[in-house]
Design a protein around this ligand. Sequence first.
Ligand SMILES: Cc1cc2nc3c(=O)[nH]c(=O)nc-3n(C[C@H](O)[C@H](O)[C@H](O)COP(=O)(O)OP(=O)(O)OC[C@H]3O[C@@H](n4cnc5c(N)ncnc54)[C@H](O)[C@@H]3O)c2cc1C
Length: 386
Amino acid sequence: MADKYDAVILGAGAAGLLCAIEAGKRGRRVVVLERADRIGKKILISGGGRCNFTNLHCQPENFLSANPHFAKSALARYTPSDFIALVEKHRIAYHEKTLGQLFCDRSARDIVDMLEAECRAAGVKIVLNSNIQHIERKNEFVVGTPTAEFRAPVVVVATGGLSIPKLGATSLGYDIARQFGLKLQPPRPALVPFLLGPADCKQYCDLAGVSAEVNVSTDHQSFREKMLITHRGLSGPAILQVSSYWREGNPIRIDLAPDRSVAAAIQEAKVRSIAARSALQEILPKRLAARWLDIHAPRSWTNRALEELERRLHEWILLPTGTEGYEKAEVTAGGVDTGELSSKTMESRNVPGLYFIGEVVDVTGHLGGFNFQWAWASGAAAGRAL
Ligand SMILES: Cc1cc2nc3c(=O)[nH]c(=O)nc-3n(C[C@H](O)[C@H](O)[C@H](O)COP(=O)(O)OP(=O)(O)OC[C@H]3O[C@@H](n4cnc5c(N)ncnc54)[C@H](O)[C@@H]3O)c2cc1C
């Protein structure tokens, strides 16, 4: 005998749990099916274990999507203040780290415990170790796991993206979208470190661990934050941000000295090569400054060469050979095409009763708490419509 509910929610991550809470509070009988042996595994490891749960400056511009307008409605109806109110209701201590990013003082576990308590209060049933295997639509939806069947007129797909397969990411959400004829924007790893080719790696990768504040751009998008050199390429917030916009084969441009100029100081000096070294070391970590100069210093220190050095310092062009892929990507960009969904409720336009929320949808946030804010907001949008 199949259990009967008003809604079956697939995935007990950020989006699925918030959706369940909102629907449960409105008296809906909700079951959440989760493949793992615990809820919110990704929340637990997020933000270095402290969960950057939202961002005070959340704006639609902080999200990528084939339709940049789609996220606006849900984001406006469930704002960072709404989630902060929930956090404060549970007396969870938090702080702003930088750029509006809010983190737990203690541990990401506080957020998971809060969501679990809210689910309990709202009468939500959570079934762990439920690897969803199939979904069918007869009079209503039937969702099958190896041991049980769940029936409901509504299914909410909140199974996330493909990032971090070792945490249990699956393609289920995309498979369900395809099964019901919904279009997808091709999924791709985002917020992910870059790999450099052998020649560039030989020149820079032994500096692994060195970081500097830079301005990195690609495809008309630029981010001024820290960049970190790794054993295989580049990482750090500025690189992760730009990676979401990067396409295979495109170069990235790095301004190593944003808003600074070195040429004038070098020009005045008696020995320009020595002055260049100290000028760069004022701006960049010593080892990076020295290495970059070893590779880019002109043969003769003419005024023209100096101008060229300054230009290159502000426009160091590198061609990543790829990214570290889903193993290291914080999110998956692309996903269920927003043209298929109502921006108000997240319900499929052509398959009534089928909803998609969170990362599985083609809405991807910048680094800094925006991906959770989208998970909460899209989860609330669906939960309030069930
Ligand atoms: C290392 C790391 C750190 C991050 N830190 C932050 C941060 O600090 N701030 C921020 O905003 N974002 C952060 N993110 C991104 C954020 O975690 C995600 O965008 C967010 O969790 C997406 O929520 P979701 O509910 O859509 O998907 P998920 O949280 O991925 O949840 C999906 C759930 O569905 C389950 N599932 C999948 N397939 C099946 C199946 N076949 N059957 C049953 N269940 C299934 C999964 O087990 C999972 O529990 C981080 C991501 C990573 C990887």
